[in-house]
Design a protein around this ligand. Sequence first.
Ligand code: G3P
Ligand code: CA
Length: 240
Amino acid sequence: MKIYAHRGYSAKYPENTLAAFRAAADLPIDGVEFDVHLTKDQQVVVIHDESINRTSNGQGFVKDMTLQALRGFDYGGWFSKEFAGETIPTLSEVLTIFRDTNLRVNIELKSDIFAYAGMEELVLKEVEALGMQEQVVISSFDHEAVARVAELAPNIENAALFVNTILEIVEYQEKLPAKALHVSLPSALRRPVQEAIQRGSVVRVWTINEVEHVILLVNSGVEAIFTDEPEKMMVFIKEN
Ligand code: G3P
Ligand code: CA
């Protein structure tokens, strides 16, 4: 089972920061995952929430601030004093860290509250500028965005994210189309997703931080797990 570091090495470093990504890039793992939003001046930035309130010393929505304004805050001190001064990374800064590694790079397009018009095009432009089309997987809970990626860049792997599975997931995946399914733990073990795996679908599971949960997935056929604890999972998988 492959290991993707979720939001970088987010158990030990502030999530979605360059420190978390550099730490992930140094590990012998298979991939990394992170989240993107659009700024007021249409820059693609890496952060999980719509607002900077939880993971910085600032306040406000990403969509209402320019990149320069967002750069005025600290994105590491909330996690630990030693990371004070971490900035909000741009997509291209993060991609550059992984370009010369063997890690797959999963970019999650966020639009849980706000829709970002044109985000798919902007993300694809940056991926293509760095020649990373074969290295990235672009996913979203917004399945219109997943379909748009398939339309704009059929050569790039896209993935539909699910909280809960749906009964006709095989047909749904074909129709989108999505090359992979990113599902939660209970869904991965249920009949529809198991059927998708048997028919050759790539399935990855988020977010697995307990070894007891890895045990449940051992014979499930899933390709990979996303985890905040990549080192712990590496050791466990190696020894079992
Ligand atoms: O991409 C898998 C997982 O990251 C989705 O949930 O909330 O951690 O972005 P979340
Ligand atoms: Ca995510």
